[in-house]
Design a protein around this ligand. Structure first.
Ligand SMILES: [Fe+2]
Length: 314
């Protein structure tokens, strides 16, 4: 009996629940629109109180700002980069790492590809993300391994710069290595993540590094510019009425279609994007194509307590 009671009165369980960054799944369970709106507005209030988040997620987007930059821009005129990120919700930095760190990363990917591990990884076994995501109807195999970012000092420094600008404090996270391998031709809209969807309904940063060129056949990341803004009319209606977190192509209006970008990028690029905006993985157009990317996500370290505790970030 004692163990049963301690199960219910374990404070860490409740703290973890309260601390977790709000999930879309929980929002969609709320069918009453007034309550749903109340919940969204409750969190939005705190987003607005954080001066940094307010700059990126509220206010009018500037027109026609380029989304492609070079590492030099980040050093010499980074206002341009951050203004574009605030306006569009996505930027790509090319020539981002020195050759040494890029080569190191390619070797790490070789370890996953050939399943011969010689360096330190956080998980001891390969995560078969495709079986979790696509169950038994997979046409793409996705293997994943996690690494401490201390092994990637140059990329960590850039992550620190972006997270400090966006959240107000630099945020740590782990490097999630993903190896996508197309084993069978994919069709359009086959999975939820190959449709435009949102990951969260509140600010959500994803940083993606690609050591190799990604062209239109290699499942480039797709994004609809400006949909990351929390005061965007279309997005607010979508959030209030939707029962699913993806959107079919025929539900997109002309304005949204005009703002679709496919992040075809040269080797050694970093994509910085807000995945509370509409995004997707485009499909692979050729069999046997492989995509190597490292994902950096921050919802564990920037959580609900961080939102509410906005003074610490201003
Ligand atoms: Fe996503």
């Amino acid at each position: 009996m004692n163990t049963n009671i301690s199960k219910y009165f374990k404070p860490s369980k409740y703290i973890n629940f309260l601390q977790a960054y709000p999930r879309l799944q929980n929002l969609l369970k709320i069918k009453n629109k007034n309550i749903r709106l109340l919940m969204i507005n409750f969190y939005k209030y705190f987003v607005k109180k954080n001066n940094n988040l307010r700059f990126y997620f509220f206010g009018k987007s500037k027109k026609d700002l380029s989304i492609i930059f070079d590492k030099k821009d980040l050093i010499h005129s980074n206002d341009k980069v951050f203004n574009s990120l605030a306006s569009n919700g996505i930027v790509i930095i090319t020539n981002v790492l020195q050759q040494e760190e890029r080569n190191k990363i390619l070797n790490y990917f070789n370890e996953i590809q050939y399943k011969k591990f010689t360096t330190d990884w956080i998980n001891k076994e390969i995560i078969d993300a495709s079986s979790i995501k696509y169950k038994n109807k997979k046409k793409v195999e996705i293997l994943s391994m996690h690494k401490d970012t201390k092994f990637l000092p140059e990329i960590s420094e850039i992550n620190n710069l972006f997270t400090e600008k966006i959240f107000g404090r630099s945020m740590k996270t782990v490097a999630e290595f993903f190896l996508h391998n197309c084993i069978n031709n994919e069709e359009e809209d086959a999975y939820e993540d190959t449709n435009f969807h949102i990951d969260r309904y509140l600010p959500c940063l994803k940083i993606i590094y690609s050591p190799n060129t990604i062209d239109e056949n290699d499942a480039p990341f797709g994004f609809i510019k400006k949909t990351h803004k929390l005061d965007d009319n279309f997005m607010n209606k979508f959030l209030l009425n939707t029962e699913k977190f993806f959107i079919n192509n025929n539900e997109l209006n002309e304005d949204l279609k005009k703002n679709i970008v496919s992040t075809i990028c040269p080797e050694n690029s970093l994509i910085i994007t807000f995945t509370n905006g509409l995004h997707k993985r485009n499909i692979f157009k050729k069999n046997d194509n492989m995509r190597k990317t490292i994902f950096f996500q921050f919802t564990k370290n920037f959580n609900t307590f961080s939102l509410i505790n906005y003074k610490k970030f201003n």
